[in-house]
Write a protein that binds this ligand. Structure first.
Ligand SMILES: Nc1nc2c(ncn2[C@@H]2O[C@H](COP(=O)(O)OP(=O)(O)O)[C@@H](O)[C@H]2O)c(=O)[nH]1
Ligand SMILES: [Mg+2]
Length: 155
């Protein structure tokens, strides 16, 4: 039986792989396009990367997080990224971190991305590649368990 729950929200810098990850997790359908504004679908809330860098837009992220069951903060191993300190603690839902694009990435880059996520307030962090699929089963399993623990409502 498929568990109904509120959507999963993804946040993180432009190019970190948020939209590709949503597709790899089959939370959205169709081709991945540049996300120009907050994009709502039944299972996902995709956000533009710019929002994480513009302080006056943080409130919009925080308010929208109330519509989600869980927030995923995505940082690419292959890029340098910055996240606002402790931003995950400001959201209205639990949040986890994802180091994406680990295919072909150096261990030091993966670990640097994990430190960035930890400084943003994330305690649980997954390493994934949306291209090779590495790490996706563990993330999917976590999301399914989180859904069965707090199904929430579908809006
Ligand atoms: N090698 C690799 N490339 C990825 C991965 N995930 C996304 N990409 C590429 O990174 C770019 C940005 O991805 P996108 O999902 O649009 O990032 P967003 O701006 O965070 O939504 C695209 O060219 C993707 O094909 C991954 O796991 N591995
Ligand atoms: Mg996108």
């Amino acid at each position: 039986m498929e568990i109904k729950r509120k959507p999963i929200m993804v946040l993180g810098p432009t190019g970190s792989g948020k939209s590709t990850l949503l597709k790899a997790l089959t939370l959205v359908e169709g081709e991945v396009k540049k996300t120009e504004s907050i994009f709502y679908s039944p299972h996902a809330i995709d956000t533009p990367g710019e929002m994480i860098h513009i302080p006056y837009l943080y409130n919009a992220l925080i308010l929208n997080s109330a519509k989600a069951s869980l927030a995923l903060f995505v940082v690419a191993a292959k890029r340098t990224a910055r996240l606002p300190s402790k931003i995950a603690l400001a959201l209205k839902v639990p949040a986890i971190g994802v180091v994406s694009q680990i295919d072909g990435a150096k261990m030091e880059d993966i670990e640097r991305s994990e430190r960035i996520l930890a400084a943003a307030g994330l305690k649980k962090i997954f390493r994934v590649s949306s291209i090779t699929g590495e790490g996706l089963p563990a993330l999917r399993c976590y999301l399914n368990n989180a859904a069965s623990e707090s199904p929430g409502s579908v809006f």
